[in-house]
Ligand binder design. Structure first.
Ligand SMILES: C=C(O[C@@H]1C=C(C(=O)O)C=C[C@H]1O)C(=O)O
Length: 278
């Protein structure tokens, strides 16, 4: 059944989420009354919380923060099993000094900034000070010993040779816990789940199709990435192959562990349930 109110679907405006959306375009979604809104994660997190969006790819931390109002779409995530390549701490100093130093955090993230806090406190047993800033590496490093960037900004910064040490948070988390890390999930507002049930089902199918088709043949995404973002085909093949887009049992366990640490550190009020849209 077609709903009169448009079904707005938030899309993460970074390459890491392309496989989920590359073929789930406005043309595909419009017949189901849905349309795409592209933004960076922090903006999507807020728009979903405010009810401006019915559903969205959001930071996994943002799901946890509002879990009582959201449901998760099955089999979709942006994750890594170790190295992620685009969630990076750029440091002027060795980790041993940074862990009690000053760290600038990008204002575009929710999952990664809290992941960094967990790693600094629980893994490296440090206690740095944090400042949230616009994601501009040079400016961040004027204020701090190290800077956390995510997404395309982190990728571009990783291509520059500034003589910095670079730490990959996906790799650190894997070394610390043995688990992969889930950075983004697709969340649906509960009231939208009943109002737009059929539309959401259609968007879910389109996103699963997009993921499968993208991963089956990465070349169209790789070509687009080279054109829009620079870099080599080899880089992008490797990047998209390293990221994981499923959300099976083991991945959910890794995310639950992240939520447990976040709750222990008081970053979350409580550990949320992972509740799925049926
Ligand atoms: C893999 C990444 O994950 C992103 C990190 C996010 C966060 O830190 O809140 C949110 C969405 C993800 O798409 C990345 O930024 O490169």
């Amino acid at each position: 059944m077609r709903n009169e109110v448009p079904l707005s679907v938030g899309r993460i405006d970074y390459a890491n989420a392309w496989p989920l959306f590359h073929y789930a375009t406005n043309d595909v979604l419009a017949p189901h009354g849905a349309h795409i809104v592209s933004r960076i994660p922090a903006q999507l997190n807020r728009a979903l919380m405010d009810g401006e969006l019915a559903m969205s790819a959001v930071s996994s931390f943002a799901y946890a923060y509002n879990a009582d109002q959201y449901m998760l779409l099955p089999d979709l995530s942006v994750s890594s099993e170790g190295t992620v390549h685009s969630i990076l701490l750029f440091s002027k100093k060795p980790l041993d000094e940074v862990r009690n130093g000053r760290i600038a955090l990008t204002n575009t993230s929710a999952t990664s900034v809290n992941l960094l806090k967990i790693l600094m406190t629980c893994y490296l047993e440090g206690n740095p000070s944090y400042e949230t800033m616009e994601p501009d590496l040079d400016r961040m490093l004027e204020h701090a010993d190290a800077a956390l960037l995510i997404g395309d900004t982190a990728i571009h910064a990783s291509w520059l040779d500034k003589g910095l040490e670079v730490f990959d948070l996906g790799e650190m988390w894997h070394r610390f816990t043995g688990y992969g890390m889930t950075y983004a999930v697709v969340a649906v507002r509960k009231e939208a789940a009943s109002e737009h049930h059929d539309g959401i089902e259609a968007v879910h199918r389109a996103m699963i199709d997009s993921k499968n088709k993208s991963l089956f043949d990465l070349s169209p995404l790789v070509r687009q990435a080279c054109e829009q973002l620079g870099g080599t085909p080899d880089y992008w093949h490797h990047y998209f192959q390293t990221l994981k887009y499923d959300f099976g049992q083991r991945r959910q366990e890794g995310l639950r562990l992240y939520f447990r640490y976040a709750a222990q550190l008081g970053l979350l009020e409580r550990e949320p349930e992972l509740a799925f849209f049926q």
